[in-house]
Design a protein around this ligand. Structure first.
Ligand SMILES: NC(=O)c1ccc[n+]([C@@H]2O[C@H](COP(=O)([O-])OP(=O)(O)OC[C@H]3O[C@@H](n4cnc5c(N)ncnc54)[C@H](OP(=O)(O)O)[C@@H]3O)[C@@H](O)[C@H]2O)c1
Length: 362
């Protein structure tokens, strides 16, 4: 089958890392023929019809991925083979979508004609939802479940009406117009929270349309002060941008009450006493230990509870989407296959995508 595989050696990836990921050395990804994956009894094989792009894909291509690994995490498609243990949930011809740990394995990644995935880490796409829209419930949506439901303990979407205890509680989502932010806003609203967020003025209507109650421009030098003035009681925050001053601003917003900030990238700035900072990585939801920049980079243990969380979310997602509790985020769809993926990753690398997900159809 055809697949987009990483093609940078360790030296060029280390150079990219040293340059803060801002420039790219060595050849880019390569579209090539690789063996069609074979599945285990616990997996399904999906013929991929659409993929969504994430910043993690170009970061893998530039820095993390060993040569030969298939890139890409988010997918939608049609089930073409079902492992023996998967047949209670899947049959050939079903529509499936989900997220895989792309960019690390030679036989696991969504930028390919076929992908293998654990049967319980994919979800049944309802007939009203297009493949392009279905792809948006990948990295961005599942990260929101990891931060909000697993790390901050918010009620799970669609499982029970918000309790009086959580109704009216406030949460700060930095970067509401990022793909991750738009899902964070929706899940926090579904849990009954009042959502305070940041976005550029051109994104204010967008974040409000996804449920934000109050939105502030992150470029204002007094943004943290302004938020605290109007919302002094916030004790939970997620930093959906996690670059520059974003985590510092989250800490300042929580300074009054103390609490927890969850970040999506490592934070290096000053820490506010009484505020704890936790870094999450969506890959811990996929159930396998992994290492970045092997053999010299950090190793990560599998986290079975995170994996259970992803399976729980995907099991309930068809009902949640049908009920309108969560909706796909805006998409820009193209149908140019692998070439469009590389072009789209360049746009993400250059930070030229705002308030939407780039989706490529095969
Ligand atoms: N740890 C994890 O598991 C995990 C999971 C998902 C994402 N991430 C990381 O989280 C980051 C966001 O990912 P994403 O896919 O959600 O991003 P994205 O959709 O590509 O983000 C685009 C948005 O970034 C916003 N933006 C640009 N500069 C900003 C700033 N200084 N402050 C706040 N927002 C800014 C823009 O908003 P405006 O147009 O409104 O300015 C734009 O809408 C990436 O670095 C990604 O790698 C990590």
């Amino acid at each position: 089958m055809k697949a987009l595989v990483a093609d940078r050696n360790l030296a060029s990836r280390l150079l990219n890392l040293a340059r803060g990921g801002k420039t790219t050395f060595g050849p880019a990804g390569r579209v090539t023929d690789v063996p069609k994956p074979t599945i285990s009894a616990d997996e399904i094989l999906v013929k991929v019809t659409a993929v969504a792009l994430n910043p993690t894909d170009f970061k893998h291509l530039d820095i993390i991925s060993p040569p030969g690994s298939i890139l890409g995490c988010d997918f939608a498609g049609e089930v073409v083979e079902v492992g023996a243990n998967a047949s209670k949930s899947w049959k050939v011809g079903d529509r499936a979508a989900g997220v895989v740990h792309g960019g690390l394995y030679p036989d696991r990644g969504s930028f390919a004609e076929y992908l293998r995935t654990d049967w319980d880490l994919a979800w049944h796409v309802p007939s009203e939802v297009s493949d392009a829209d279905a792809t948006t419930f990948g990295v961005s949506a599942t990260t929101a479940v990891l931060t909000l439901n697993l790390h901050l303990g918010l009620p799970w979407p669609g499982e029970a009406p918000p309790s009086p205890a959580s109704s009216g509680e406030q949460i700060f989502i930095y970067g509401g117009s990022t793909s991750a932010g738009l899902f964070h806003i929706q899940i926090a609203k579904a849990a009954g929270y009042t959502v305070v967020t940041t976005a550029s003025p051109h994104s204010h209507e967008l974040v409000k349309s996804y449920g934000a109650d109050a939105v502030f421009d992150y470029r204002s030098p007094s943004v943290a002060e302004d938020i605290v003035k109007e919302h002094p009681g916030i004790s939970k925050a997620v930093d959906c941008y996690s670059e520059g001053k974003s985590t510092d601003i989250c800490g300042e917003v929580l300074r009054n009450k103390g609490g927890k900030v969850v970040t999506l990238l490592p934070s290096t700035g000053p820490k506010i006493p009484g505020v704890t900072y936790e870094l999450v990585m969506a890959y811990t939801m996929m159930g396998r230990p992994f290492q970045w920049l092997a053999p010299i980079g950090p190793k990560y243990e599998a986290k079975p509870d995170d994996r259970k969380g992803l399976a729980r979310f995907y099991a309930s997602l068809p009902g949640i989407v049908n009920a309108g509790t969560l909706r796909p985020i805006p998409v820009e769809v193209s149908d140019g296959g692998f070439e469009d993926i590389l072009a789209g990753l360049n746009r993400l690398r250059e930070k030229k995508v705002s308030g939407k997900k780039l989706v490529v159809k095969f």
